[in-house]
Design a protein around this ligand. Structure first.
Ligand SMILES: [Cu+2]
Length: 326
């Protein structure tokens, strides 16, 4: 009891998400296994070193050459412990990988050097992610260049109190989810060295009561560059029209030059010369930025790329708009 208490404050930060308890339980299982083996092995070693020390020149080394049974036992028995660690870790890994279906999406953009958080309402927070207590949140993350002639770099989104971490990459979306269990403010760190401002890339997750959430996020600035208000999906709908997508895509089921985009999100798409792919946010982003990467079966390779023509906000908006099309 006392030892867990000391170890808890010494090794790990506070527990503020649903992952924290099981994560820490596994950590301490491995930790105490190591402590027990360390003490047993080093203790025996010291005991033998003293007990069998060569006392005089007449002392002879024992003729014993080995003990197969003993060697098998100390190889096989600990391997069961490794299997337990693997199975336990894998179970935790899978639950961290697969977000619940009812999760709320928030887009995360890492830049040099900070974080932007774009909510479905169209509000944006800078270096401050506001989330409701006790509800699953799914982060759709990517890294963007700061100016057009600049390179986007790798970041990594890390919230120690939630025990979550995932790389944030340019030109793709990665996903991370969590459910906060404590009200309050928790640190966000970038854990991928991303240039001179890396150590300043610090943000906060603010956990608020669910009933206060919408009000709390709407205090952020509205991201839409032309000043019009609207949700992220509405902004996407506007972008869809302005970028000329309706020339080739219906949103009501008719086949035009390109496939209809209603109902596409979440289904399996048959791809030319490859296995079917699941239509998620990253697939949609890729379809817009790199249309040639995966060609929908039975369609021409005529979609132009929008890389360099749409801003990260516009792509986010398009993705959220297409998700609403049923
Ligand atoms: Cu970074």
């Amino acid at each position: 009891m006392l030892s867990t208490l000391i170890a808890k404050t010494f090794w790990l930060p506070e527990q503020a998400s649903t992952f924290a308890k099981s994560h820490d339980a596994l950590f301490y299982f491995i930790y105490w296994t190591m402590v027990i083996f360390f003490v047993a092995i080093v203790g025996t070693m010291i005991y033998f070193a003293v007990k069998y020390k060569k006392r005089s020149d007449d002392d002879r080394t024992s003729p014993l050459e080995g003990n197969t049974k003993l060697e098998l036992a100390w190889s096989i028995l600990p391997s069961f412990l490794l299997i337990v660690m693997f199975a336990w870790g894998f179970k935790g890994y899978m639950s961290m990988l697969i977000p619940p279906a009812n999760a709320t999406d928030v887009h995360v953009t890492g830049y040099k050097w900070g974080w932007n958080f774009t909510y479905h309402t169209g509000d944006v927070g800078n270096n401050e992610l506001i989330v409701p207590l006790g509800q699953p949140i799914r982060l759709i993350m990517s890294s963007e260049q700061t100016s057009p002639d600049d390179m986007a770099v790798l970041h990594s989104f890390y919230v120690p109190a939630f025990r979550i971490k995932r790389d944030v990459l340019p030109y793709r979306y990665t996903v991370l989810w969590f459910e906060a269990t404590e009200l309050g403010s928790f640190d966000i760190f970038c854990t991928e060295y991303c240039g001179t401002g890396h150590s300043n890339m610090i943000g906060k997750v603010i956990v608020v009561p669910p009933e206060d959430w919408e009000a709390a996020i709407s205090s952020g600035r509205d991201f839409v560059d032309d000043g019009s208000m609207g949700t992220l999906a509405e902004f996407g709908e506007m972008t869809f029209g302005r970028a000329g997508c309706p020339a080739c895509h219906s949103v009501e089921g008719q086949r035009l030059t390109g496939p209809a985009l209603n109902g596409v999100f979440g289904r399996e798409e048959a791809i030319e010369g490859g296995a079917p792919v699941m239509v998620d946010e990253d697939y949609l982003r890729e379809s817009i930025m790199e249309p040639q990467a995966k060609i929908v079966n039975g369609y021409p390779r005529t979609m132009p790329t929008y890389a360099g023509q749409l801003s990260p906000d516009q792509i986010m908006g398009l993705v959220e708009y297409i998700k609403t099309l049923q």
